[in-house]
Design a protein around this ligand. Structure first.
Ligand SMILES: *Cc1c(COP(=O)(O)O)cnc(C)c1O
Length: 391
């Protein structure tokens, strides 16, 4: 059964790559560009819905805010996790019902909270007393959930430290909410993005359950548990199947909550958009560097500041594809186009490319649909942000 699922997923990925290739061949868009296959996004949503039948799925728009992606997911019934007024506006423009929106950033402008509330948004995150007080002033009567601090071990792109509070603070904030005129809804956490270890959810769910019990002892019944994002895309290092995550999470929920299970929310970003996109860059220069330790350097028209910031620390290791299959490969340092020496993508990760690769030829980054186009600087060094094409 699992093997059949994997086969089907591989076949769907191959079909999508064919569609993207046909688009690139016929349209020949200028590079760098991102091509997103919406069928993959839809398949991902359905897969997740099937594996987590009782959860509400809120797409984390920051992963890729293309209007076509939001529209495709909205049509399937998805909700949306939003970080700013700008992201809310994208959903507003597409007439996504406010009941399906969550303002999930724990750092919000008070004026943005007020605007969101006027738009009918009813669900807000917080992880500190000042933010709770802001919500009380700008969104009276709204439902709030409290974000719990987790370590982020096992994640290729951790989201710890900057967000979340400890268990005791979370319980205190939630217990205080009614006195401020807010409705305490529950608890959220994020185990870190591209989380390779499904077991990281176990501890976080257990900690969340402690907060539920602490609140219950004080007469407050919480109803919502937000398990965040973290579900993986397919980079060089293989991650477990989503079914493994589902099984472990289901077991942890059963163990920690028994029959009194709260309403579950998921906020996938990378999992929805990552594998749906291909980022095409072109070689601007390929040159041997003769200085000591020098190697072959390949400079692309996409780099750290226009689409590939997650190569920071070489943490996200995209699968690369070049059209030249003939000819020997050799180790390369891969760099971006700007006049900034931090604009180096990979030098320690063991990438090899054809030695004959020359200026003008394409280099494709596979599974690059998440945190690429949305992360590009406006125009650092005169290089325009990446253009997205949804097919
Ligand atoms: C970024 C983010 C997500 C999405 O994370 P992924 O790892 O891309 O799935 C979900 N929830 C919150 C609050 C986030 O900040």
């Amino acid at each position: 059964m699992a093997e059949q699922g994997r086969e089907a997923a591989r076949a769907a990925a191959a079909d999508a790559l064919d569609r993207i290739d046909r688009f690139l061949e016929t349209t020949r868009p200028p590079t760098p560009c991102l091509v997103v296959d919406l069928d993959i996004v839809r398949t991902r949503y359905r897969q997740m819905r099937d594996l987590f039948p009782s959860a509400a799925i809120y797409y984390a728009v920051k992963a890729n805010p293309a209007a076509e992606i939001i529209a495709a997911l909205a049509e399937l019934g998805a909700g949306f996790d939003l970080a700013s007024d700008g992201e809310i506006e994208r959903c507003r423009d597409l007439r996504v019902p406010a009941a399906r929106l969550s303002f999930g950033n724990t750092i919000k402008r008070e004026s943005d909270i007020a605007r969101a509330r006027r738009d009918g948004i009813d669900l807000f995150a917080c992880d500190s007393a000042p933010e709770l007080e802001k919500l009380a002033r700008a969104a009276p009567g709204a439902r709030v959930f409290c974000r719990l601090l987790v370590q982020g071990h096992g994640a290729e792109w951790p989201l710890s430290r900057k967000f979340g509070c400890d268990r005791q603070t979370a319980a205190e904030l939630l217990l205080r909410a009614p006195r401020l005129g807010l409705k305490p809804a529950g608890v959220s956490f994020h185990v870190g993005s591209q989380q390779m270890e499904p077991r990281q959810w176990q501890g976080a769910i257990a900690h969340a359950a402690e907060i539920f019990r602490a609140c219950a002892r004080n007469g407050l019944a919480l109803e919502l548990l937000n398990l965040g994002g973290g579900f993986p895309a397919h980079y060089r290092r293989p991650a477990p199947e989503l079914a493994v995550y589902a099984e472990i999470i289901e077991a942890a929920l059963r163990e920690c909550f028994g029959g009194a299970r709260p309403r579950i929310l998921l906020e996938p970003g990378r999992y929805m958009a990552g594998d749906a996109g291909l980022l095409r860059a072109s070689v601007m220069l390929a040159a041997e560097r003769p200085h000591p330790g020098g190697r072959r350097w390949v400079y692309l028209d996409a780099g750290r500041y226009n689409g590939l910031p997650e190569t920071l620390g070489e943490r996200i290791d995209y699968r690369l594809r070049t059209p030249r299959t003939a000819g020997p490969l050799g180790p390369v340092v891969l760099a971006g186009p700007t006049c900034d020496s931090t604009d180096i993508l990979y030098e320690r990760s063991g990438y090899e490319l054809p030695l004959a690769l020359a200026a003008g030829e394409p280099v494709d980054f596979l599974s690059a649909g998440a945190y690429t186009a949305s992360y590009a600087s406006v125009e650092f060094n005169g290089f325009a942000p990446i253009r997205t094409y949804c097919i």
